[in-house]
Unconditional design. Structure first.
Length: 115
């Protein structure tokens, strides 16, 4: 089971890179639905894998992030500077959660407050 778990965390690193790239692309063109969908898929994939391993904090945080991204996808929520800051901060927190779960550490207080 450890090799499967290790593979999940390797995939998370790739997904987090895609997330960062996607968020950077959204800074210049938030109307590009291919980019918005790619960001959504990255978060969704992390959530799905985390669920398979019972990583509830990661699942819950990713679910919240995914829900907001879905509102952008459906045009219920417009992307502005404030929302982009939130997305970048959420991406950082998601990365911190992945790292904490991978290393078997507790999440830091700031992440815990966001959950």
């Amino acid at each position: 089971m450890n090799s499967i778990r290790d593979t999940f965390f390797e995939e998370c690193e790739e997904l987090l890179e895609s997330l960062v790239e996607g968020l950077s692309a959204m800074e210049t063109n938030a109307e590009d639905m291919d980019v918005v969908n790619a960001v959504f898929r990255a978060v969704h994939s992390i959530k799905g894998g985390a669920g398979a391993f019972g990583l509830d904090r990661l699942v819950n945080f990713a679910h919240t992030f995914e829900t907001v991204m879905d509102k952008v996808r459906s045009h219920e929520l417009a992307v502005d500077e404030k929302l982009m800051k939130l997305f970048h901060r959420s991406g950082d927190q998601l990365s911190d959660l992945v790292e904490a779960e991978r290393d078997g550490r507790d999440v830091n207080d700031e992440v815990a407050l966001m959950l």
